[in-house]
Design a protein around this ligand. Structure first.
Ligand code: IPM
Ligand code: MN
Length: 354
């Protein structure tokens, strides 16, 4: 099969972890007789430095012409403490999500048996955790009306949702639940927010189309609590943009390291695959970042974008082998021997081609 993939390394550790996912994907292509055409494009601070904007039109066109997009990370500390910066790398990410219509962000949280004691939570709480958040990604307060008034002394951001936006996200949630344990949790704040009441009303109306799915409705503050108390009681969770942003960071530590969890953003025109972690500027260029979240995002890409399940499973298998043999980066090494980012990529690709 011919795979046309747009490659967006981005900022910070993005290029380093992306390199490993490319090595692994190329090994898979060799083993299964596929040919991958990688087209690299600029995003984030790297794009601002090169052409003055974080998501240039050239990059957008490359993404639109690709079958899938593999993305690293965005963000640079020089913008973080400058609230007056006119262009920011993150604007590129938001523009990319909006312009590509990437409305459903799939963020799984699962545990690796060999890493269970690395989690800050107790073994008995997290064993068997295997949940997926579907975070709405192109609406809500991220994209609502915002501004300043009273000479800049009052600021506002607004959260707006349409029934259609909720329906298309919830539909993905019901479909995913049907393929898993038929349990769906709608996370909202319907005791306070009008937009949350529309979420609840919309999802309630959809229940009749999926009679086998057992739906629960929970407030976001309660979910934040139960997520660390009994994560294995959840399966598929659907939620709006900002709640999903916060809860998926919380959920990601359950597995033991931020550097482990992949994600997919499903769109109207294409889909994008990226690690959940950010650009980790302190580690940039040091060859120490954990590449597994990006490698596992490539696995999601093979399965979801190209329907190549055997290829995806082989990637997951060699990742598990590396963890079992403690061939890990320093975030997982417990002061024992640790491996460089690039060494992990080499080991995984060698293992695939064995
Ligand atoms: C994420 C990130 C982004 C978000 C930032 C970088 C804009 O935190 O992908 O979760 O808030 O969506
Ligand atoms: Mn986030």
């Amino acid at each position: 099969m011919k795979l046309n993939i747009a490659l967006l390394p981005g900022d910070g550790i993005g290029p380093e972890v992306i390199d490993q996912a490319v090595k692994v994907s190329n090994a898979i292509a060799k083993k299964f007789n596929h040919s991958i055409n990688w087209v690299t494009a600029l995003t984030g601070a790297a794009a601002i430095d090169a052409v003055g904007e974080p998501y240039p039109i050239e990059t957008h066109n490359i993404c639109l012409n690709a079958d899938a997009i593999l993305f690293g990370a965005i963000g640079h500390p020089k913008y973080d403490n400058d609230p007056l910066a006119k262009v920011r790398p993150e604007q590129g990410l938001l523009k990319m999500r909006k312009d590509l219509g990437l409305f459903a962000n799939v963020r799984p949280t699962f545990t690796f048996p060999s890493l269970i004691d690395k989690s800050p939570l107790k073994r008995e709480r997290i064993e068997g955790t295997d949940l997926v958040f579907l975070r709405e990604l192109t609406g809500g307060i991220y994209f609502g009306k915002r501004g300043r008034k009273d000479n800049g002394n009052t600021a506002y951001d607004t959260c707006t949702y349409t029934r259609d936006e909720i329906t298309r996200l919830a539909k993905k949630g019901f479909e995913l639940a049907m393929n898993r344990s038929k349990k769906l949790c709608c996370v909202d704040k319907a005791n306070v927010l009008e937009s949350s009441r529309l979420w609840r009303e919309t999802v309630q109306l959809m229940e009749k189309d999926y009679p086998e799915v057992k739906v629960s409705y929970e407030f976001v503050d309660a979910v934040a609590m139960r997520l660390v108390q009994w994560p294995n009681s959840y399966d598929v969770l659907i939620t709006e943009n900002l709640f999903g942003d916060i809860l998926t960071d919380e959920a990601s530590v359950i597995s033991g390291s931020m550097g482990l969890m992949p994600s997919a953003s499903i769109g109207l025109k294409t889909s994008l695959f990226e690690p959940i972690h950010g650009s980790y500027p302190q580690a940039t260029g040091k060859d120490i970042a954990n590449p597994l979240a990006t490698v596992l995002s490539a696995a999601m890409m093979f399965e979801d974008a190209f329907n190549l399940k055997k290829e995806a499973d082989l990637i997951r298998k060699v990742v598990n082998q590396s963890l079992e043999k403690s061939i890990v980066t320093e975030d997982l090494s417990d002061g024992e021997k640790s491996y460089k980012t690039s060494e992990i990529g080499n080991w995984l690709s060698d293992q695939i081609l064995k």
